[in-house]
Design a protein around this ligand. Structure first.
Ligand code: OSB
Ligand code: MG
Length: 369
């Protein structure tokens, strides 16, 4: 397939409920959508960077010039045998994995649509026809508000609850959640809010039977996580610090975690996500699909990714209506009362794109040829 044309669009979408982590609160998303065309067919991807360089160093405004001035020129006019050829063409660019991953995912979707097969087939997935779903619940104004939200998500059927923690909103909160919900699958995500100096405090979480504690320490650290894991009974799950299969190998060698979260954008797209998955699988480490408050397009990619065999734990892939009053894909992405999402088997990522609504949400657009 010859990549003929790339369109970047920035859309602005208000969240139905603010989302707060240890690094800040998000009320509205600014998302870059990437459309790539060949032979009259379009593939779509989403850049998963946040609005600020707080989760990692990328942000919406940094992704645009990197895509326009560096990534797109490497691939425009090139004839790719498969979407797996994309990553090597941009491998000399340092970092900016979410920007690169947005276009890479679009190329996979394009290849699947050109061949008229579901995206999950192209990436080697299809291990399950519905994916197990959890929810990620942000830091709330009060514990009673958090407990009410958890009750609502459990009633909707979700299989596990993740809460966000930070210093001052951690052990007491987890204790109160456990008192109200003694048997649920529960986990906590700190988004790098602690250091190894907090290990005694974090060890207090051991008595609450958490499935895992996600990324408590440095966003770029694996070594301190290994030291913390040796100290804790609760499995650690790494998110931010696993950006490549090489990092996954290091984490395995150092015994830094018991579980890994895989995010498509964070590792630069499907090719590397698959490699991270394979490293974890060979080491007996289960994985799950993380989320970045994606629109329906990024969410649809996450659903396809979650059909790889080792995605055995419920992910942060949940219904579009938890985020948006109206999503940009059709039909809306919904969750069954079993807490699963049915994997669509239409070509590409399997949902129709609401072009009219995207047009309405677009605040910036640039066509690259
Ligand atoms: O660490 O998993 C994270 C959202 C933004 C940035 C980082 C994270 C998250 C989430 C939300 O936990 C997952 C989602 O519901 O999309
Ligand atoms: Mg996380």
């Amino acid at each position: 397939m010859k990549l003929e044309r790339i369109t970047l669009r920035q859309i602005r979408m208000p969240l139905v409920h603010f989302f707060e982590t240890s690094f800040g609160r998000t009320t509205e998303r600014d998302i870059i959508l990437v459309e790539v065309q060949a032979e009259g067919v379009s593939g779509w991807g989403e850049v998963t960077a946040g609005e600020h360089p707080f989760y990692n160093e990328e942000w919406t405004a940094s992704a645009w010039p990197i895509l326009r001035d560096y990534v797109a020129p490497c691939v425009l006019g090139r004839n790719l045998v498969t979407a797996a050829d994309f990553a090597p063409l941009t491998a000399h660019i340092r970092g900016h994995l979410m920007a690169r991953g947005g276009l890479e995912a679009a190329v996979w979707d394009l290849e699947a649509r050109l061949d008229n097969v579901p995206l999950f087939r192209k990436i080697g997935g299809g291990a399950r026809t519905e994916i197990p779903c959890g929810v990620s619940i942000g830091i709330q104004e009060s514990i009673p508000e958090l407990l009410a939200l958890i009750a609502r998500e459990l009633a909707a059927g979700y299989q596990r609850i993740k809460i966000k923690i930070k210093p001052g909103w951690d052990v007491d909160v987890v204790r109160r959640v456990r008192e109200s919900f003694p048997t649920i699958q529960l986990m906590a995500d700190a988004n790098s809010a602690y250091t190894l100096a907090d290990q005694d405090h974090l060890a207090c979480l051991d008595k609450y039977g958490l499935m895992m504690i996600e990324q408590p320490l440095g966003h770029d650290d694996i070594i301190d996580h290994a030291a913390l894991q040796a100290r804790l009974a609760t499995p650690l799950c790494l998110d931010e610090c696993i950006r490549s299969a090489r990092h996954a190998e290091h984490a395995v060698q150092l015994r830094a975690c018991g579980i890994m979260n895989i995010k498509l954008g964070r590792v630069g797209g499907f090719r590397e996500a698959r490699l991270v998955h394979d490293v974890a699988q060979a080491a007996g480490i289960p994985v799950w699909c993380g989320g970045m408050l994606e629109s329906g397009i990024g969410r649809a990619h996450n659903i396809a990714l979650s059909t790889l065999p080792n995605f055995v734990l419920p992910g942060d892939v949940s219904a579009g209506s938890r985020y948006w009053a109206r999503d940009i894909v059709d039909p809306p992405i919904e969750v069954t009362d079993r807490g699963t999402i049915q994997v669509p088997d239409a070509p590409g990522f399997g949902y129709a794109i609401d072009h009219e609504f995207i047009e309405h949400l677009t605040v910036r657009q640039e066509v690259l040829v």
